[in-house]
Design a binder for this molecule. Structure first.
Ligand SMILES: Cc1cc2nc3c(=O)[nH]c(=O)nc-3n(C[C@H](O)[C@H](O)[C@H](O)COP(=O)(O)OP(=O)(O)OC[C@H]3O[C@@H](n4cnc5c(N)ncnc54)[C@H](O)[C@@H]3O)c2cc1C
Length: 287
């Protein structure tokens, strides 16, 4: 029906009008590192590919900016930009770490963080941190604008809840000042490989009292979407931060995680590693 049609709007308004016109038949194109593979795999023949809505011709979509309580990230911000951003390094260091190991320099130069979210892979590297931060996704259509929590936006592997005529036009990542944390991913090697298990922790510690005031723990590649380890968070919250507590948390996170076996790993290993990785991060935060 369509032959490699690439529509290149000059403004976000024009892009939204085209999305309204074509609905789910048109695929937004940011860095293209996922969508071009998807289009090829789905249709096999380039001659039959659906039209693409190229966002790259729209100015000012590659902006990272600070507001009073959040960092806002535009639809064309690449992983390399996130990696090099002093704002991200200052306010969301776990995200700086997460993007530093994505793919390869070429993939990081092209791939965008919003593309990573819209691909909705449970193994995507940016998602665990964004879940721990309770990030909001700005979804826009020609006549609406909504901020959707990331855990409502992603509904399954490769699935997002977005209107047929909608585009993601911004990410709003809370600053969480005073929190400390880390992102760790296990993979077969450090370049061009897919996550086997990942974890992002954001914790607010009251060092004088050796207490954990708040903690958010998100796990990747252990369920159809990223999941929060809510029971383990509950165990740790408002408690004295001791080695014994860490041991209990390591045991509980293994209990509450329900991964599957697939070609990249098996469920026993994934479960065990959630405890190991959590313990590693918590010990590094011990005052
Ligand atoms: C060799 C290779 C290695 C990789 N390694 C990793 C890795 O280590 N870790 C990792 O997490 N990922 C990895 N990826 C996956 C990919 O690079 C990332 O998911 C990347 O962030 C996708 O961003 P993009 O801009 O290229 O998205 P695109 O391919 O342009 O788009 C991805 C999806 O999002 C949709 N989309 C894009 N922008 C919008 C928007 N504004 N509104 C609505 N929908 C939109 C597209 O239609 C498509 O469905 C790898 C990919 C390749 C090819």
């Amino acid at each position: 029906m369509y032959t490699n049609e690439i529509l290149s709007p000059a403004s976000i308004e024009e892009a939204l009008t085209l999305k309204d016109q074509y609905g789910s038949e048109i695929y937004p194109l940011a860095g293209g590192t996922d969508v071009l593979v998807m289009v090829r795999n789905k249709l096999g023949v380039w001659g039959d590919s659906p039209p693409l809505l190229n966002l790259n011709t729209i100015p000012n979509l590659n902006v990272i900016q600070e507001t009073e309580d959040s960092i806002e990230i535009g639809p064309l911000v690449t992983h390399t930009q996130v990696l090099e951003s002093p704002l991200v390094k200052k306010f969301i260091p776990t995200l700086t770490k997460a993007v530093s190991i994505i793919g390869s320099p070429q993939i990081r130069n092209l791939g965008t963080i919003i593309g990573n979210i819209c691909r909705a892979s449970p193994a995507a590297d940016t998602l665990a941190t964004l879940y721990s931060r309770e990030t909001l996704i700005q979804v826009q259509t020609v006549n609406s604008l909504e901020l959707v929590p990331i855990n409502k936006f992603i509904t399954g592997p490769g699935l997002i809840d977005i209107p047929k005529n909608g585009l993601v036009t911004k990410l709003v990542v809370p600053k969480l000042e005073g929190y400390q944390g880390d992102y760790i991913s296990l993979r077969q090697r450090y370049a061009l490989s897919i996550v086997v298990v990942s974890i992002a922790v954001e914790a607010l510690l009251v060092k004088e009292e050796s207490r954990i005031e708040d903690i958010r723990i998100s796990l990747g590649a252990v369920a159809p979407t990223i999941v929060r380890a809510t029971q383990t968070e509950h165990l740790l919250k408002s408690q004295l931060f001791t080695k014994e507590l860490i041991e209990q948390a390591e045991g509980l996170i293994v209990e509450e995680t329900k991964p599957i076996t697939d070609i990249r790993s098996n469920k026993r290993y994934r479960k065990a590693m959630t405890g190991v990785l959590l313990g590693r991060i918590l010990k590094s935060l011990l005052p």
